[in-house]
Design a protein around this ligand. Structure first.
Ligand code: HEM
Length: 221
């Protein structure tokens, strides 16, 4: 017990928690984007997919997935906050000369892209899951909710900005997750960047294409 407590309070333990919970969230985001792309197959296909998710394992599957994702989100935020606070307290005085050496632009943005994503998810759930901030929400008509929702250019713009923040966050997240999980070798390092960039690019472009397709009338009611 004592040993576990020490592991989770150590910085390497927190990094492992970040990487493992990040892996779960990565899987969710990729799977969710593939599901979202069904909007291009039309209302029937997207709604049937939503219906299918709601009925897996007699309706319990979606709750098991929600519990898993929620647990991953809580652990991810806990580990991130705790690591950031201990980094700050380890160096109360700023560097006299700021240097970008090891950190990339994406890694420096983690501290603001993370909170933006958290705010986006809260809004997104109220928009497309509960419908409480949606002007014409129809339960179980996912296609209608998506199309009407994105016809508002401000809503679409917010989603597009959030997807760009997701891109920065995921690019650095996937890269450092692979490092923590041991995929770190001189020979593999360039491939780690390529892998992070390619999956991130696919997720960002795939998701952003949806509000753009609605605004341009490619996807319509
Ligand atoms: C343009 C991009 C996106 C679109 C079109 C979209 C669409 C949707 C829709 C239609 C639902 C409701 C599904 C249903 O009720 O059957 C949903 C739920 C959800 N989305 Fe997204 N989404 C997008 C991006 C994201 C991103 C980037 C994340 C996370 C970072 C995310 C996280 C979630 C979560 C957690 C749920 C709730 C799932 C549940 O518990 O039922 N979404 N999304």
């Amino acid at each position: 017990m004592q040993r576990e407590a020490t592991f989770f309070s150590s910085s390497i333990g927190k990094k492992v928690v970040m990487a493992a919970s990040g892996l779960v969230l990565f899987g969710f985001v990729v799977g969710h984007m593939i599901g979202n792309l069904q909007v291009y197959l039309g209302a029937e296909a997207l709604n049937a997919y939503g219906e299918f998710l709601r009925h897996v394992l007699h309706g319990q599957g979606i709750w098991i997935a929600r519990a898993g994702v929620l647990l991953a989100v809580v652990l991810h935020i806990w580990a991130a906050t705790s690591l950031t606070l201990s980094n700050w307290s380890a160096r109360p005085v700023g560097y006299r000369e700021w240097q970008a050496r090891e950190s990339t632009y994406a890694s420096r943005t983690m501290v603001w892209s993370g909170p933006i994503l958290a705010a986006f998810i809260i809004y997104h759930l109220a928009h497309l899951t509960t419908g409480s901030v949606h002007p014409q929400f129809i339960a179980a008509d996912v296609y209608h909710n998506v199309v009407i929702g994105f016809q508002n250019p401000f809503v679409s713009a917010f989603y597009i900005l959030a997807m760009l923040a997701l891109g920065l966050h995921m690019y650095h997240g996937v890269w450092s997750m692979l490092q923590t999980l041991g995929v770190s070798h001189e020979r593999w390092n360039p491939w780690r960047r390529v892998f992070a960039a390619v999956v991130t690019g696919i997720v960002v472009v795939g998701n952003i294409s949806i509000p753009v397709a609605v605004l341009t009338g490619v996807v319509h009611l």
